[in-house]
Design a binder for this molecule. Structure first.
Ligand code: SAH
Ligand code: SF4
Ligand code: F3S
Length: 508
């Protein structure tokens, strides 16, 4: 987006604001969000910038100061937090995990369901006390919730302890915004409702040295009727293949063992690249040649999963055999109301094709129960689909109405107790399947990428199989970051226990 377009957007979003006009209280930046504006998909091209830099006068602002970023939500948010950490470190700040020590705290929020938002509002309440003890503390709210006008208005009204609100499209503006927040007296609000350009060279402080996230695209154009993401993340924009390949090569050179390609709908990768006919299958085919042990991707939308991608994935090698394929519901009427644009039969057919090409593939999914007016029979269709698919595991959710989405306007006659009872039944089935799948692993030797100490016991290490199963076993700490072979000795519902059978990589 150029300066002109941005100005236009800023003006139109302030005009479209349905709530109170807060702009008079602001001496500094005040660009509020608008979900209505965010919904519009512009035709303008997305420019790619390789020239991001932190202005010289801002490079020492954080000298002697500490920052803390709390991240909620999906991997996209985790990865955004890595960018923000990179920016802050380049401004002289150092990282801390102790809130009382921090001079800047950023809350990177998720808007996907109401309970995600409630957690954040709870946390904002706790931060009030910190601010009282340390009035110089800068508190910022960013991420998907800041793209919602209702959230921003609630913060303006009830959480005056917040100094800074910025959106998912404004991350590269963090240096300027933070400067205004530190030196100005008013709360700084800058949330562009429309996506901006792609900024390629933002600094980045990655969390680990074993697994790395690589964005391949931003935004989502699917507009499933229940979902807020197309509004909070803007239209689909793909990174250039050469930039992605270079980033993966760079991570491989630096010893990373596993890459996860990120996008809200990675199967739509490349559709917006006007000058090339290039999709996710083509990209995976090139990444397949890079010397890095494992490449994953998330999230797949069943609709755009094409045959070329299946053929490429069937080559195996560093392309692991785990497919996360959200289905949401097993009932065609509900799928239609959700605007998922596939039927149960098409989903099962696609999964069948994938299983045929990659016989040992593991399947996981996302499911929503209690969509408005979901009947008992419609829910039963989800249960039968789960049985038919025999998933390795599933993330299951109770439908949560999201302001501004079409589904939120639907009348809903399903009481919450009924939704909770359905979720319980579904979870029992999913857990049963997961436990049964784990039993299949008993006695087998699996390849495990050792991620670190297990959460429960520092004497035990844990890692994941290619199919993303969690495995716990005893081994020297030097195994962390290596790929080892583990014989599974015990299967539990959520994880496997095992013993290392080959330590060549550890010793060598
Ligand atoms: N882009 C991903 C999903 C991101 S959100 C995809 O399409 O697969 C992750 C999951 O949250 C979704 O798959 C869906 O199951 C769930 N979800 C999204 N919106 C929701 C809502 N309003 N209520 C309950 N669950 C929701
Ligand atoms: Fe949301 Fe659907 Fe886009 Fe996934 S594909 S982010 S569920 S709108
Ligand atoms: Fe949540 Fe935003 Fe991710 S709404 S799930 S953090 S894209």
């Amino acid at each position: 987006m150029n300066e002109e377009q941005r100005k236009q957007q800023e003006t139109s979003s302030s005009q479209e604001k349905s709530t109170k006009d807060y702009s008079q209280y602001f001496e500094t930046t005040y660009v509020p969000p608008s979900l209505k504006q965010a919904k519009k998909r512009g035709k303008e091209d997305i420019a790619i910038h390789y020239d991001f830099e932190i202005p010289v006068n801002m490079q020492q602002i954080g000298s002697g100061k500490k920052f803390l970023i709390r991240t909620y939500g999906c991997q996209m948010n985790e990865h955004d937090s890595e960018n923000m950490a990179g920016i802050l470190m380049n401004m002289g700040f150092v990282s801390t995990s102790i809130a009382e020590e921090a001079d800047v705290i950023l809350i990177n929020t998720c808007a996907i369901r109401e309970n995600a938002e409630n957690k954040v509002f709870g946390e904002l309440g706790h931060l009030k006390a910190l601010k009282r003890d340390n009035p110089g503390l800068i508190l910022g709210v960013c991420g998907c919730m800041s793209q919602e006008e209702s959230v921003v208005n609630r913060i303006l009204e009830k959480h005056q302890q917040i100094d800074l609100i910025f959106g998912t499209h404004n991350i590269h503006r963090l240096p300027e915004l933070l400067q205004s927040a530190i030196f100005g007296k008013e709360m700084v609000v800058e949330v562009w409702s429309k996506e901006g350009d792609i900024i390629e060279n933002m600094p980045r402080a990655r969390k680990g040295q074993i697994q790395g996230w690589v964005n391949i695209m931003y935004g989502c154009d699917k507009f499933c009727t229940y979902c807020i993401v197309p509004y909070t993340r803007g239209k689909e924009r793909s990174r250039r293949p050469e930039d992605i390949i270079e980033e993966v090569r760079h991570l491989a050179r630096n010893g990373y063992k596993e890459i996860t390609l990120l996008g809200q709908n990675v199967n739509a990768y490349g559709k917006d690249l006007a000058d090339v006919n290039y999709g996710l299958g083509d990209l995976m085919d090139e990444l397949h040649k890079i010397d890095i042990p494992r490449i994953r991707f998330t999230t797949s939308h069943p609709r755009d999963f094409d045959d070329h991608l299946i053929d490429v994935l069937a080559k195996g090698g560093n392309l692991v055999e785990h497919i996360h394929l959200p289905v949401q519901s097993g009932n065609n009427e509900i799928l239609k109301l959700m605007a998922r644009k596939y039927t149960r039969e098409q989903y099962v057919e696609l999964a069948g094709k994938i299983k045929q090409a990659i016989p040992n593939a593991s399947f996981t999914t996302d499911i929503i129960v209690g969509f408005p007016n979901e009947t008992e029979e419609q829910f039963e269709d989800t249960m039968t689909l789960v049985r038919e698919m025999d998933y390795d595991s599933a993330f299951t959710y109770i439908y949560s109405p999201r302001d501004g989405t079409p589904a939120a306007k639907m009348q809903d006659n399903v009481p919450m107790e009924v939704k909770k009872a359905r979720l319980k039944r579904l979870n029992e089935l999913v857990n049963e399947q997961s436990a049964k799948k784990n039993l299949d692993y008993q006695g087998r030797v699996v390849e495990v990428l050792v991620e670190g100490e297990s959460k429960k016991n520092p004497d035990v290490l844990s890692g994941r199989t290619r199919t993303n199963r969690l495995v716990n076993f005893r081994a020297p700490k030097s195994a962390i970051g290596q790929i080892v072979h583990v014989r599974v000795t015990e299967a539990k519902t959520w994880s496997l226990n095992g013993e290392v059978v080959e330590m060549s990589e550890v010793n060598g």
